[in-house]
Design a protein around this ligand. Structure first.
Ligand SMILES: [Zn+2]
Length: 375
């Protein structure tokens, strides 16, 4: 079942809706108990956990073999940690976890046309999987989005709709367009969130079902942080892991609504005035999944850490020096990790998984501009 966050009404999982008639957002209810024994003999991709995605029985995976990205042992900041290299997903970001599961369900519902809005990675990912599913995808992007990101969306078969103004204006335009079609939003779709739970299952399985002490991740609209938390919660409830990892969320200091809400002890995330940040993938002034992020912070005894633009670039360089070429957005998590070690929040002997979300090859223009003249 899905339930509405605003009015608590429940809906069957197999009804093609993206929000409650009251306008509220839908969140997935508890799924089946995680069954580790069912995994034997299954392929090494996220479909080995398919029962967890609560898909229609008739659904057939729309897949590029996504999932099971490396959990690499790396040295960072003088510590041995593990880095989850999710920037190696098929379209270059972790969003493929959500897109594969969401488009699988949309195809099973028989949809032929959808609307999505994104400033980058999610748009490219949804465009690619919609193309595979035979679904026409209209992707709304701010007209300031980078030429590279627009090219990827268009080349995957997405129909670009360039909207003047802010990222928020773009979302509003997509919402309006969705009145006549289906809003397949990575921020609203409960199936997209269910697909992101695979990240937690994988990390646990790659560690032989021993949860790390910490998972450190960039946090913008809350899909990944929520997916990680719900995934680990499933494993804990099934007795597959023995403790909940603490989730550390990194936000750019120039756009840190979750940090503000968490510090003030609020139970919702109000909108803030944001300043420009190179971490464009998490620059959400009012996160759609604020509820999920606060739940993940409470349920995992998590923390939020803000990082400056200089700290983001410093961490970006440190990661690149270790062979890890990620988007500046991903480097926020590495910058936050350094600060949390120095503050003693994360102990030197505690185990850490650093979640790297998007490929640096997507941000070539931004990176080259920042380092102009140096190489
Ligand atoms: Zn409702």
């Amino acid at each position: 079942m899905f339930s509405c966050l605003a009015c608590s009404r429940s809906f069957p999982l197999h009804q093609p809706i993206w929000r409650c008639p009251c306008g509220g957002r839908l969140i997935p209810g508890a799924g089946p108990r995680f069954d580790r024994t069912a995994l034997t003999g299954r392929d090494g991709n996220l479909w080995r956990y398919r029962e967890a995605y609560q898909l229609s029985e008739s659904a057939s995976p729309v897949s590029l073999g996504e999932g099971f990205t490396p959990l690499a042992p790396v040295q960072f900041g003088g510590h041995a940690i593990q880095a989850k290299l999710d920037y190696l997903c098929p379209t270059g970001s972790y969003k493929d976890r959500g897109s594969a599961v969401m488009l699988t369900q949309l195809q099973a519902w028989g949809l032929t046309e959808i609307v999505e809005d994104s400033s980058g990675n999610a748009g490219a990912s949804v465009a690619a999987y919609a193309g595979l599913a035979g679904i026409r995808a209209h992707i709304y992007v701010p007209d300031t989005a980078s030429a590279g990101k627009m090219a990827q969306i268009g080349l995957h078969g997405g129909h670009l709709r360039k909207i003047p103004g802010s990222r928020e204006a773009c979302a509003a335009a997509a919402l309006q367009a969705a009145e006549g079609t289906f809003y397949a939003s990575h921020n609203w779709s409960p199936h997209f969130l269910l697909g992101l739970k695979s990240a937690a299952y994988e990390i646990a399985e790659q560690r032989n079902w021993v949860a790390p002490d910490w998972v450190v991740t960039p946090a913008g609209n809350g899909g990944l942080a929520g997916g990680l938390y719900y995934g680990f919660r499933d494993l804990l409830a099934a007795g597959v892991i023995e403790r909940m990892p603490r989730i550390a969320m990194a936000q750019a200091a120039n756009c840190a609504p979750v940090y503000a809400a968490w510090k003030q002890g609020l139970n919702h995330v109000p909108a803030i005035e944001k300043q420009p940040t190179v971490a464009e993938g998490i620059a959400s002034a009012q996160p759609v999944r604020g509820h999920e992020m606060l739940e993940a912070l409470r349920g995992s005894n998590g923390v939020v850490q803000t990082v400056t633009e200089d700290e983001i670039w410093g961490a970006f360089e440190s990661l690149a020096a270790q062979g890890l070429y990620v988007e500046p957005t991903s480097a926020t998590a590495a910058a936050a990790l350094g600060i949390l070690w120095r503050a003693g929040t994360i102990g030197a002997s505690e185990s850490v998984v650093l979640y790297l979300t998007g490929s640096g090859l997507k941000s070539t223009e931004t990176i080259a501009r920042h380092f102009a003249g140096r190489f």
